[in-house]
Structure formats: structure tokens, C-alpha cells
Design a binder for this molecule. Structure first.
Ligand SMILES: Nc1nc2c(ncn2[C@@H]2O[C@@H]3COP(=O)(O)O[C@H]4[C@@H](O)[C@H](n5cnc6c(=O)[nH]c(N)nc65)O[C@@H]4COP(=O)(O)O[C@H]3[C@H]2O)c(=O)[nH]1
Length: 828
């Protein structure tokens, strides 16, 4: 019904209240009224009249209506209420009967507002009913209610705080979260409160000012951040939206606000920011890959990665990490890595990786998975550590621990290790192992006379020569000093032979050119073979060592294979070693004397004292067998002192007994010569024995004086002052420097017997000639040693040599055995 028609209908009805008797002919107003109307009999409840609007609304024709009662347009649920209403309603009164549910002919229901008035119609007590269809209005009401509930729940369900306040700054409502933060039990308690009533009351004035501005200007403030102090003193961060509220006329009536606590989010963002800055600034190279369908692709690399690998971030983005392997995919660690990736677990591996320039680096890579909330791996984080330098250093350390610094050959420890393995392997398969001991001959001389620089170069040359001649399965080691050790496998495929060892000997002996000088070096080689010569490593080493000493004793520059007899000789050396000390105390030494004769006159000029050891078991032991042992043990100092005094005493006895004045030559060992008290000792021996100083001749070997020229010059000056004579023994075997030789106050050079033995050959003769010429040019007398033949004697005389010593004239003999010869010579 149009709005304006309702008051009209009511006014007409009101008028009828005062004239309740209605004619049969119902007015047009009833018939044409747009709202459904009817009259029913109060007794029978039958419809007496219905208008057109009622027929349209309910779907019945007039005649159908007139056959029905008002119960027929009510659903069963309303019947009881109807009965109750009929029983109490005053028959004539006007009544606003409220809202009822009616039923149309088609069964559909409609809500109607019923207004009725009692009247008499056609002489019967009836009731006039006007209905107003309110179905639409009610459903709107219901929907409104529902939507209000919905909004309420929605607002309450929001994690944000929501509130609204009026122009007076008082809160008119808010959601549960807001009430909770405000410290209230329910949202209803918010109404009428101001900010001054809440925990943030200290900010109330500021908030009021802000809110007043928004409500005054109508300008919303959206998404701004604010930091508020909490009652416990902590600070929390919020994102706030505030917008003005308008009424239907567009007037501002208040303010709606939402507040979101972003403290955690902000902290998370901050810590994320911090973490990513840390990753960015990290000195460790970091790479992050995203798990892809086929490959894991690079999503991030930090600057340290670029620095380490040379790859810029944009060059690697979206690529698989494999580019770091550059095709070097046969690495055992890669299999471990793949397995860990497959099993989605962290792992640390060391890989060979390659920089952009192709250079290799050792990468200690730590890879760990990153999982999402559901636990699925979405990314991998890799931390790269370039351990190339560390590895190199480690390798160097390992190499240093097992190798000789000078030659880079394996050292004794590594050699022993390999020997042990080789023996274990050989004993299992019935193979042989050759242990070869190589010692350079007279190397000490090289070192002492030419200096350690030359010595080192020679050792390096020997190391290279030996290494070159070996197979890869063999080992050559340097045990220190001038000793080399070889391990040759004899395993059925390769057979070392005597020729193999001879080739080594020759390789060492080949001339070496060093700073424009040519050197010839020889070596002595001893060989022991597993299992025949010993089954334990130490035993084999000992036997190879023994064999090598045999080679030395046999004149050097040769090879000796270990034999059981060698053990006997070694036993003898051990015996010598042990009984030498007692020999000094027990006076088991005697001196033999060998005369040296003037080559022109044939008269004896002097004698050389040569020590002999009268061993109770071994008999007369020649010096070659015990002097080296005495040198090694230091006993040579005591022996030498005894020899010096005894020789001086003998020289004096010959004078005193009238045999004659003969100079007595005494061999001085290196150890004796280097003692600071040596000159004093000589002086004392002369004083004690009374031998005139000029009758004592001290023989010092070439190597001893050249080893420390400065010291030699000083000691010799002291000795010269005493008045003794001095000779260089074994001249020609060492490496004398002529410029140094002239510094020494020498009397004689003694030509080594090896040169005399070579005489008769052009080179032998040339050598002796040049030594004689050299000696004379320096004003030294020359004495030839080991002259055994008349030819040698004659030739030496022809060359201008001064004296000779040797079996030709006399073997070394005890003093008394020599007396007659000396006396005869003195008497000539
Ligand atoms: N084949 C051959 N040999 C000859 C001939 N004439 C002499 N000899 C030997 O040649 C050696 C000469 O002594 P040396 O060169 O000083 O060499 C000496 C010397 O270096 C050392 N020596 C001997 N006595 C002493 C000593 O009292 N003190 C020290 N420090 N060394 C000594 O022992 C070395 C060997 O002494 P010896 O066995 O007595 O050997 C002596 C001597 O017997 C010859 O015609 N033919």
C-alpha cells in the first residue's frame, strides 16, 4: 500500500467505529481498498465479505472465501493462538491484533499486521479485519538483526582492536580485542569511557587532540604507526586507522578506529633485516638455492661468495650450483652430498670447486635444508669455506713430517713405514724386498772443505740421480747426512739385480758440475734382502748398514751384499768399541815408527809415529781398524795425548841414548786439533819429555785444516811460536784452497800414497809433478808416502820431491827394532 493511503484508511475506519452497523452494499472504499479486508461472522467465523485486495493476496475467489472460515487461512501452528485470541477479544472493540501468520491458497505463508473492529453486518455480530502484509518488513528486520549479529561477530573475531567513539570523545563501542587491551571484561563496559580511563591514559591528551582533529576536519588518518608505552614499561608498536563516522545526513557524529599490534611483526622484520644484513656482511660465502622441479636453483649469493669464486650474483642467479664443479664430478664427497640432499639432511663435505677463472679451490661446504611451516624443504643454505690454504699447509706439514727438507725425499720415518708395509706384503705373497744402504764416500771432507752450500747441492744432485733410476714402486729416502736408503721390490714382475745396484753406484759417481767446478763423488753401498738376510725391518736395516760399512772398509766406491760373515766383523767392531776405553787405561798401545828418508842423500830425516793396539784377544790391531772407532767415541783425544807424549819421549831417548837427533812426526786427529788447549798440551809434552820443539812434526790432515781455516791459522800460529814443525798429511785427497794454503806456516806437504801408487801412468805422474811444484812454489818441503818401489823413488827424486816414506825403505817398526837403522843413518 502506498504510504499516503494508510492514514486515509485509518481515518475511514475510525469514522466507522462510531457507525458499526454496515450496510449490505459495502462501500466502494471496501471493495477497492488496496489492502486486504474482510468481515467475518464472530459466531461461525465464516467470511461474510472480502475485498478485491484480499482475493488477490490470498488467491481465493470471492465465493471460495465465503465458503471458508478465518481458520482456513491460518496455518496449523496459528490455530491455537487464534482460538485463544477469539476467546478473549471483546466482540465490539477495536483491536490491533498484532502480527499473524496467514496461509494463501497455494500454501505459501505471509506475515500480516492485523487490525480489527467489531461491527454488525447483515444483522450478525461480525468483525471487520484489515490486514497489512508485513512479510517484507519482517524479513528485512530479521536480515538486519542477522547482519548486525554478523558484523558484531566479525568485528569481535578480528585480531585487530576496533572501537568507535562520539564527538564527546567517549567510547560508544568496540570489539572484544579492544575491550581486552583496555582491561575490560566485556565490550559493553566500553560505553561512556574515555581514553583517560584506560591503560594508555598517559597518552589520553595526545589521542584526544588527534581524534578531535579528525572529527573536526573529517580527514581520516590511515595506516600510521604509533608506539605506546605499556603499563609494564615496555613499548609496543601499532598500526592505527582512524576515520570519521557520518550520520545519514553526512554529519560527523564520531570516529571509527582500528589498531593493530605490530610489535612482533616489527621485531620479526627487524631481526630478518638484521639477519639478512649479517648474511650480506658475512665473511663466509653463502649461497641459497630454491628447490625446483628438476634442479635447485640459486636464489641468493652474498658478496663473500663473489669474492671467493669470482662469480657475480647476477651470473649465478637461477643456475644450478653444479657450475662450481666445472666438470670435476668424479669426487667421492659429491656422492655424500647428493645422498644428504636426497635425504633432506644437513651435511658438511669438502669439494674441489673452481673459481670463475678456472682455478681450483678446496671448498668445505656446509649445506642445511630450510623447511616451510609444513616441514617441506623449500630452500637449501650453503656456507662455503675456502680451505685451500689450510689444506696446502696441512699437506706441507705432512710432507715435512715425512720428507727430508733438503732433497724432498721421504725421510727415515716414512721409509720405515714403507719398509714395514713392503715386508708385510712380500711375506704374504712370497716376494723379496731389497734394502739398499748408500753412504757417500768422504762426504764429510766435501762439507768441511768446500762448505755446506756445495755439500747440499751435491746431496740434491745425488737424490735426483737416485730417484731417476728407480721405478715408481721403489722408494729412495734420505736418512740424514750423506746416507740414502732404498727400498726395491722384487715381486715377480720386477727383479732388482746386481746391475741395478751397480747402475746406482755409477750414477752417483758421474762427475757433478757445480759453480764451474767438477766434482767426483763416490759412494759405498750395502744391500740386505728380505727374507734371506732378515725378516724384521730393523734387522734388514742393520744388515744393509753392515754391508755398507764393509764396502767402506774394502776401499769405498763399491757394493757389498750382506753375508753371515759380516756379522763376525761387526762383532769385532763392537768388541773394539767396548775394549778401547780399557786399552787407554791398561796401556795396551804401542808406537811403531816409520822413517822418512832424504831422496837425494838417502839419510833418515825423521820418523813418523804410528800407533798400534796390542789387543789381548785380537793381537796387533792396525790403526785403520780402531782409529775411526776412537774418533767416533772421542777416545782419540786420550789416545792422541798418549801418542804425543810417548813419541816426544822416544825422540828424547834417541838423543839421550846417542842414537841421534831425529824429528818425530805425530798424527793429530781433528778432535785433538780443535781443542782450545791443544797448543798448551804440545808445549807441556815437550817440557815434560825435554824434546827440542824443532824435532816435533805435527801431521794434520788436509780436511782438518780446511774445515775451519780461521781456527787452523790461529792454532798453527801458536804452534809455530812453540817452534814445532807442521805438515799437511794425505795431501791431494781433499779440496785444498791454494789461497788458504799459503796462510799456513807449514813445513811439509805429505803426498798421499794413493798418488804414489798411481805413478807410472801419465795422469799419475802429472798429478805428483803438480803437487811437487805447488809445494815448492809455496816454500814447503815435500814428503812422498807409501813408496814401495825403486822406480817410484827414482821418479820422485827426478821430480824434485824432498823425502820419501814407505815399505821400500822401511816398514813401521817398534823403536828398538829401528835403532840400528837410525844409528847407521845418523853416523853416515
Ligand atoms: N801400502 C803401504 N802403506 C804404507 C807404506 N808405507 C807406510 N804405509 C802406511 O801408511 C800409513 C801412513 O800413515 P798415515 O797416512 O798418517 O795414515 C795413518 C794415520 O792417519 C792413522 N794413524 C796412525 N797412527 C796414528 C796416531 O797415533 N794418531 C792418529 N790420529 N792417527 C794415526 O792411521 C793411518 C794408517 O796407519 P798405518 O796403518 O800405520 O799405515 C801407515 C803406514 O803403515 C807403503 O809403502 N805401502
Amino acid at each position: 500500500m502506498p504510504r499516503q493511503t494508510r492514514p486515509v484508511a485509518r481515518r475511514q475506519l475510525a469514522r466507522r467505529r462510531h457507525s458499526p452497523e454496515v450496510d449490505d452494499g459495502l462501500p466502494g472504499l471496501f471493495r477497492d481498498h488496496p489492502q486486504p479486508m474482510w468481515i467475518y461472522d464472530l459466531r461461525t467465523l465464516r467470511f461474510m465479505a472480502v475485498n478485491e485486495a484480499a482475493r488477490r493476496e490470498y488467491g481465493y475467489s470471492e465465493s471460495e472465501f465465503l465458503r471458508m472460515t478465518i481458520r482456513d487461512i491460518r496455518p496449523p501452528a496459528e490455530q491455537e493462538r487464534l482460538s485463544a485470541n477469539l476467546s478473549v477479544a471483546a466482540p465490539r472493540a477495536f483491536e490491533n491484533a498484532g502480527v499473524w501468520t496467514h496461509r494463501r491458497k497455494d500454501g505459501s505463508l505471509l506475515d500480516v499486521q492485523v487490525t480489527s473492529q467489531g461491527l454488525r453486518y447483515r444483522g450478525r455480530a461480525c468483525r471487520f479485519v484489515l490486514v497489512h502484509n508485513v512479510s517484507g518488513y519482517l524479513s528485512v528486520q530479521r536480515a538486519l538483526h542477522q547482519s548486525e549479529q554478523l558484523y558484531r561477530s566479525l568485528i569481535d573475531a578480528l585480531p585487530q582492536q576496533v572501537f568507535w567513539k562520539g564527538l564527546d570523545q567517549r567510547y560508544q563501542g568496540g570489539n572484544k580485542e579492544f575491550a581486552r587491551v583496555a582491561g575490560l571484561a566485556s565490550t559493553g563496559d566500553l560505553v561512556g569511557k574515555t581514553d583517560a580511563d584506560f591503560p594508555w591514559h598517559y597518552s589520553a591528551a595526545r589521542i584526544a587532540e588527534e581524534d578531535a582533529y579528525i572529527m573536526r576536519t573529517g580527514q581520516a588518518r590511515l595506516a600510521y604507526e604509533d608506539r605506546l608505552l605499556e603499563p609494564d614499561g615496555s613499548q609496543r608498536d601499532y598500526v592505527i586507522n582512524k576515520l570519521p563516522l557520518h550520520d545519514a545526513d553526512g554529519q560527523i557524529v564520531g570516529l571509527l578506529g582500528t589498531i593493530q599490534d605490530i610489535t612482533e611483526r616489527k621485531q620479526a622484520a627487524q631481526s630478518l633485516q638484521l639477519q639478512s644484513s649479517a648474511v650480506e656482511a658475512s665473511v663466509n660465502a653463502i649461497i641459497i638455492t630454491r628447490v625446483g622441479v628438476k634442479d635447485d636453483v640459486v636464489e641468493y649469493v652474498n658478496p663473500a661468495f663473489t669474492q671467493m669464486t669470482g662469480f657475480a650474483a647476477d651470473e649465478v642467479m637461477g643456475r644450478d650450483c653444479r657450475f662450481l664443479q666445472a666438470g670435476d664430478t668424479e669426487q667421492p664427497a659429491l656422492a655424500d652430498l647428493r645422498r644428504a640432499l636426497h635425504e633432506e639432511r644437513a651435511i658438511t663435505v669438502v669439494l674441489r670447486n673452481y673459481r670463475k677463472d678456472g682455478s681450483l679451490f678446496w671448498n668445505e661446504l656446509r649445506v642445511a635444508p630450510v623447511r616451510d611451516a609444513q616441514g617441506a624443504v623449500t630452500h637449501w643454505v650453503g656456507i662455503l669455506n675456502d680451505i685451500t690454504a689450510t689444506r696446502r699447509y696441512q699437506a706441507e706439514l705432512e710432507h715435512q713430517a715425512s720428507h727430508d727438507a733438503l732433497t724432498s725425499l721421504p725421510n727415515r720415518a716414512l721409509f720405515n713405514d714403507r719398509l714395514e708395509h713392503a715386508i708385510a706384503h712380500a711375506s704374504r705373497y712370497g716376494h723379496k724386498v731389497w734394502v739398499v744402504f748408500i753412504d757417500l764416500d768422504n762426504f764429510k771432507l766435501v762439507n768441511d772443505t768446500l762448505g755446506h752450500g756445495v755439500g747440499d747441492s751435491l746431496l740434491q744432485t745425488v737424490a735426483q740421480r737416485l730417484s731417476r733410476r728407480l721405478r715408481s714402486s721403489d722408494t729412495v729416502a734420505r736418512l740424514g747426512g750423506d746416507e740414502f736408503m732404498l727400498l726395491l721390490l722384487d715381486d715377480g714382475e720386477q727383479h732388482p739385480t746386481g746391475d741395478t745396484i751397480a747402475a746406482l753406484l755409477n750414477a752417483v759417481a758421474a762427475p757433478v758440475r757445480l759453480s764451474d767446478r767438477e766434482f767426483s763423488l763416490t759412494c759405498s753401498i750395502g744391500v740386505a734382502i728380505f727374507p734371506g738376510d732378515g725378516s724384521a725391518p730393523q734387522e734388514l736395516l742393520k744388515h744393509a748398514d753392515m754391508a755398507m760399512y764393509q764396502a767402506k772398509d774394502a776401499g769405498r766406491n763399491q757394493i757389498k751384499f750382506f753375508s753371515a760373515e759380516m756379522n763376525e766383523q761387526v762383532k769385532e767392531r763392537t768388541l773394539i768399541e767396548h775394549s778401547l776405553r780399557a786399552a787407554v787405561v791398561r796401556s795396551q798401545f804401542v808406537l811403531h815408527y816409520q822413517p822418512s828418508v832424504c831422496l837425494t842423500s838417502g839419510t833418515v830425516k825423521g820418523v813418523e809415529a804410528l800407533v798400534r793396539w796390542n789387543h789381548p784377544e785380537l793381537g796387533m790391531v792396525p790403526p785403520a781398524r780402531f782409529i775411526p772407532v776412537a774418533e767416533d767415541t772421542g777416545l782419540i783425544v786420550d789416545i792422541g795425548s798418549w801418542v804425543l807424549r810417548e813419541a816426544c819421549a822416544q825422540g828424547r831417548r834417541w838423543i839421550d841414548s846417542g842414537v841421534g837427533r831425529f824429528s818425530v812426526a805425530v798424527n793429530v786427529s781433528a778432535r785433538q786439533f780443535r781443542r782450545p788447549s791443544f797448543a798448551a798440551e804440545v808445549r807441556e809434552a815437550l817440557r815434560e819429555t825435554g824434546l827440542p820443539a824443532d824435532l816435533l812434526d805435527l801431521e794434520i790432515t788436509e780436511s782438518v785444516v780446511m774445515a775451519d781455516v780461521q781456527q787452523a791459522v790461529e792454532v798453527m800460529a801458536e804452534l809455530k811460536e812453540i817452534g814445532v814443525r807442521m805438515s799437511i798429511d794425505d795431501f791431494g785427497t781433499g779440496y785444498s784452497s791454494l789461497s788458504y794454503l799459503r796462510l799456513f806456516p807449514l813445513d811439509y806437504l805429505k803426498i798421499d800414497q794413493s798418488f804414489i801408487a798411481e805413478m807410472g801412468t801419465p795422469s799419475g805422474d802429472a798429478m805428483v809433478r803438480s803437487i811437487v811444484m805447488l809445494g815448492h812454489s809455496l816454500d814447503f818441503g815435500l814428503i812422498a808416502e807409501g813408496v814401495e818401489t825403486a822406480a817410484q823413488r827414482d821418479h820422485l827424486r827426478d821430480l824434485g820431491c824432498d823425502q820419501m816414506q814407505g815399505y821400500l825403505f822401511s816398514r813401521p817398526q817398534p823403536a828398538d827394532a829401528l835403532e840400528a837403522l837410525l844409528a847407521a843413518s845418523a853416523g853416515r
